[in-house]
Every structure is written in C-alpha cells, then in structure tokens.
Design a protein around this ligand. Structure first.
Ligand SMILES: Nc1ncnc2c1ncn2[C@@H]1O[C@H](COP(=O)(O)OP(=O)(O)OP(=O)(O)O)[C@@H](O)[C@H]1O
Ligand SMILES: [Mg+2]
Length: 222
C-alpha cells in the first residue's frame, strides 16, 4: 500500500486578467494506489479539470502534484507523455472507439500505439475476455450496446497494464443496469491493485467507490 497521488495546494486557472476562471482553488488530496475514488460535484465545479491534472493532460497553475512519489508538477512534455503511456488508462463518457474497427482491432490498436511487443492479437483477446466480451470480439461499435462498447473501452484502457485508471462519467451514456456493471468492473480493477478515479453525477454509482470527494466551485467540500 502506498500513495498514487499527492496534491498540495493545487490551483488551475484558465485564461488571464478579467476573463480568468479559477477552476480549482487550492486542492489538497491524497489517493491510495489501490483505491477506488469517486469525484462528484455540480456542473462546472472542476471535476474534469481535476481529472485532466491527474492524467497529466494539464498542469497546475499553482501548487504541486506527485505521482508515485515523483514530483510531476513541472516535468517536460516528453516525460508526461511517457508516464501517460505506461501508467495511466483513460475511459470516457463517449467511449471514443474507432467506429470501423472491431472490438479486437480497437484493443489491438491501443497495444500497437503503446508499443506492446508480444502477441497483440492474443493479448487483445484476453483483455476482452476479462471484461466479459469473449463473444463480441469481431463486432464493431455500432453492433454493440452502450455497456458493451464501454467494456471495450475499458479493455483498451488496460492495454498497457496501467497502475491508474481515470474515468470521466463512464456511465453517463448508459442505463443504470449497464452502468452498475461498468462500475463493478472498475471496482474489480481497484481490488486487483489499481488506482481508479471516476467522475460521476450519479450518487448510486459513486456509492460503489471506496471514497467520494465532493467538489464545489473548485474546492473540496467533503
Ligand atoms: N479550457 C478551458 N478554458 C476556460 N475555462 C475552462 C476550460 N475548461 C473548463 N473551464 C471552466 O472551468 C470550470 C470547471 O470546468 P470543468 O470542466 O472542470 O467542470 P466539471 O465539473 O467537469 O463540469 P461538468 O459536470 O459540466 O462536466 C468551469 O467554469 C469551466 O467553464
Ligand atoms: Mg466534466
């Protein structure tokens, strides 16, 4: 057991001068390396901004961010790209699958991009089986339900065996039954030793996490 993230006094300000928006205002947050954390809060409260910082897709304007003990607040882009590729898997509300590729090819593509050197087809097949899609390997996204597409997206996020999974509204486009399955899958991933951070508007989904962080106007309120 250790810490995946340590955030200290993190601010994120978009723009400058009159039009500046402070999306995060002094966030202090530790996240355990095998924790399943839910982030909740009203629209505009800074949830996606926080997830972008955790995913090293953006940098804090002020404050510091450590990832597995490494200070990543001001690392060069080349290093954050490397960390993202090796350490972080992303899951989105809209799945973001390549529409003309089968489930197998979508996952294989991620393995190719990640530079996986083994048998990509075999690994893609095993990843899809691990999310319960062994029977949908050759289906394209349009031939699958929303819940199945999101499971392909999770298999894809797992391609390079990341220690961290970041999910922004992963159940936002799903009915509650499919949503519960997806959150159950994310929960299993945290149980197997990954850090999972999920943004959600849905109290029922958030209740399945180990802990809920609530944001309001860029500040943690609970
Ligand atoms: N690229 C940007 N440039 C300027 N302002 C931004 C940018 N991204 C976000 N903001 C502003 O920062 C604040 C926080 O936005 P953020 O997207 O993090 O909210 P959110 O909690 O994810 O909202 P939602 O639930 O609607 O997705 C909002 O006021 C938003 O308008
Ligand atoms: Mg958002």
């Amino acid at each position: 057991m250790g810490l995946a993230y340590e955030l200290r006094g993190v601010w994120k300000v978009y723009g400058s001068g009159e039009g500046a928006v402070a999306a995060l205002r002094g966030i202090d947050l530790d996240i355990e390396d095998s924790e399943f954390l839910a982030i909740m809060g009203p629209s505009g409260s800074g949830k996606t901004t926080l997830l972008d910082l955790l995913g090293l897709l953006a940098r804090p304007t002020r404050g510091s961010l450590r990832l597995f003990g490494e200070d990543v607040t001001e690392i060069p882009d080349s290093r954050s790209t490397e960390i993202r590729r090796n350490t972080i898997g992303f899951v989105f509300q809209t799945f973001n699958l390549v529409p003309w590729l089968s489930a197998l090819d979508n996952v294989e593509l991620a393995l190719a991009i990640g530079g996986y050197r083994g048998d990509r087809r075999e690994r893609a097949r095993r990843l899809l089986e691990s999310v319960g899609l062994g029977g949908r390997l050759n289906h394209r996204p349009s031939q699958m339900s929303g819940g199945e597409q999101q499971r392909v997206a999770i298999a894809r996020a797992l391609a390079n065996d990341p220690r961290i999974i970041l999910a922004d509204e992963p159940t936002g486009n799903l009915d509650s039954e499919s949503g519960r399955k997806i959150v159950g899958l994310l929960r299993d991933l945290s149980r197997s030793g990954r850090c999972v951070v999920m943004v959600t508007h849905d109290e029922e989904m958030a209740a399945l996490a180990d802990r809920i962080v609530r944001l309001r106007d860029g500040v943690i309120v609970g």
